[in-house]
Design a protein around this ligand. Structure first.
Ligand code: PAF
Length: 281
């Protein structure tokens, strides 16, 4: 497995692959890889001739009071996981490679970026869209793989790719969960044992919401209320939002019909957790 530490090295490698008509799959990550990332890499391995995993903790998507400095970094372990899942290359640029002095260009996906998590993390999705476009420019993938756990991120990247006619297929992949339902996330490492034990209630709440949606006379508000009651049983929790939205527009669903998504973001101690489930009515 090759380690490409600069955009030029990665671009040259991708050019060589493209010149042999090989299809390229990209799995963009910020490292601290877990079984959720492994499932994306394995899927890319099955569907593409060559697989690149990018590992870059992107400063542009963290707010001034967020966890950029303490975000877990574990390159040697991450490289082993990538190799064991069959990746051909890890792309690990430095911050100066991606954002050299004088850098001024950012991508804004309007509307979708200011809803849900965007209300609590201003500028976050601008940073995500910018870095993902830059990764696409360097790796030139045919297909790029993202987890549905970050459902809003996935919707924004699909929108950007369609709006900018990017020649890449965006593949959304199911969330991987712990046995008790907690969605895998690099940020789960921040949870204390007590918080970890309570964190399962986020998915339990969403599941309760799905059950409520199937009950007679259910309304969007009764569904979100069912989720809130389960989550509020966690000592010291605070809820950023619980929302039932249209899967494509991410706007609040006025009624229970069509393909909807139930999403929640909560704060447990110093850790912010997000999760979502489909609601098909
Ligand atoms: O989901 C992530 O890990 C990041 O937001 C991404 C897509 C790699 C962009 O930095």
């Amino acid at each position: 497995m090759i380690l490409a530490r600069s955009p030029s090295m990665m671009r040259n490698l991708a050019r060589r692959w493209r010149s042999k008509n090989l299809t390229i799959g990209l799995v963009p990550t910020m490292g601290a890889l877990h079984a959720g990332h492994a499932s994306l890499i394995r899927r890319a391995r099955r569907e593409c001739d060559r697989v690149a995993v990018s590992i870059f903790v992107n400063p542009a998507q963290f707010g001034p009071n967020e966890d950029f400095a303490r975000y877990p970094r574990s390159l040697p372990q991450d490289r082993r996981l990538c190799a064991s899942c069959g990746a051909d290359a890890v792309y690990h640029p430095g911050t100066q490679d991606v954002y050299p002095a004088g850098y001024r260009t950012f991508v804004e996906v309007e509307g979708l970026s200011s809803l849900l998590c965007g209300r609590f993390r201003p500028g976050h999705f601008r940073g995500v869209a910018t870095v993902v476009l830059k990764l696409f420019q360097t790796v030139v993938p045919h297909r790029a793989y993202f987890g549905e756990k970050d459902f809003q991120q996935l919707a924004i990247i699909k929108r950007m790719s369609s709006d900018l006619h990017l020649p890449v297929k965006i593949v959304g992949c199911p969330t991987i969960r712990e046995k008790d339902g907690l969605a895998l996330s690099s940020r789960n490492a921040y949870l204390s044992p007590e918080e970890r034990a309570q964190a399962r209630r986020l998915y339990a709440g969403l599941s309760r919401g799905v059950e409520r949606a199937a009950a007679a006379g259910a309304k969007p508000e009764s569904v979100t209320q069912a989720v809130r009651s389960e989550i509020l049983a966690i000592p010291g929790v605070s809820i950023d939002y619980v929302s039932l939205v249209d899967e494509n527009t991410l706007e609040d669903a006025p009624r229970l019909s069509g393909r909807l998504r139930l999403l929640a973001a909560i704060r447990l101690g110093k850790t912010r957790l997000i999760d979502n489930v489909p609601v098909i009515c």
